[in-house]
Design a binder for this molecule. Structure first.
Ligand SMILES: CC(C)(COP(=O)(O)OP(=O)(O)OC[C@H]1O[C@@H](n2cnc3c(N)ncnc32)[C@H](O)[C@@H]1OP(=O)(O)O)[C@@H](O)C(=O)NCCC(=O)NCCS
Length: 143
């Protein structure tokens, strides 16, 4: 039986089906839901309330945050922070020591979340998104 990592956060095990609520929240937050994670990805869950999806590069001890979302009805109450900090601790326990992400420069709530979890800005990709918006790059060293 799988166990909760901390604060109600779980990791989807390899081969486990993608829960329907994740597909719904993925669509609500990003418009286009992704399929079940590949072998190179990890998906962490706060059941019915939030998820975070990462690409894992164990050979380089790196991981990249692909998507994090909290159900709109539960935003602003600390769940994003709970989820991200649980991911950071679990990734560190797996030997990952550098984390990266990119985010739209207009996404103030996500940027606030990353900054409160210790992430530092490390670059900018101009006109990165299809609509011409810039991407801000953030990094976090875990060890
Ligand atoms: C980004 C997101 C995951 C944040 O989740 P959340 O549960 O609302 O965040 P939290 O309540 O844990 O807040 C974390 C920190 O960010 C800050 N924050 C959250 N929402 C904010 C907002 N709208 N404006 C300013 N700061 C905000 C909080 O002040 C908090 O800091 P604190 O703990 O020091 O007070 C959520 O807004 C979301 O799902 N957005 C849509 C999807 C998305 O854009 N994902 C990011 C790109 S992949």
């Amino acid at each position: 039986m799988r166990e909760s990592l901390e604060a109600g956060v779980w990791r989807l095990e390899v081969g486990e089906p993608l829960p329907e609520w994740v597909v719904r929240l993925d669509r609500t937050a990003f418009g286009s839901p992704w399929k079940a994670p590949s072998d190179q990805e990890g998906l962490w869950l706060l059941p019915e309330r939030g998820f975070a999806r990462w690409t894992l590069i164990p050979a380089a001890a790196e991981a990249e945050l692909l998507r994090i979302a909290v159900d709109p009805a539960h935003r602003g109450s600390g769940l994003g922070r709970t989820l991200l900090e649980a991911c950071q601790r679990d990734l560190a326990a797996q030997g990952i020591d550098h984390l990266f992400l990119e985010v739209r420069v207009s996404n103030a709530s996500a940027i606030a979340l990353y900054r409160t979890c210790g992430w530092k800005p490390c670059g900018l990709r101009r006109s990165y998104y299809a609509d011409g918006e810039d991407a801000a790059l953030y990094a976090l060293k875990l060890s």
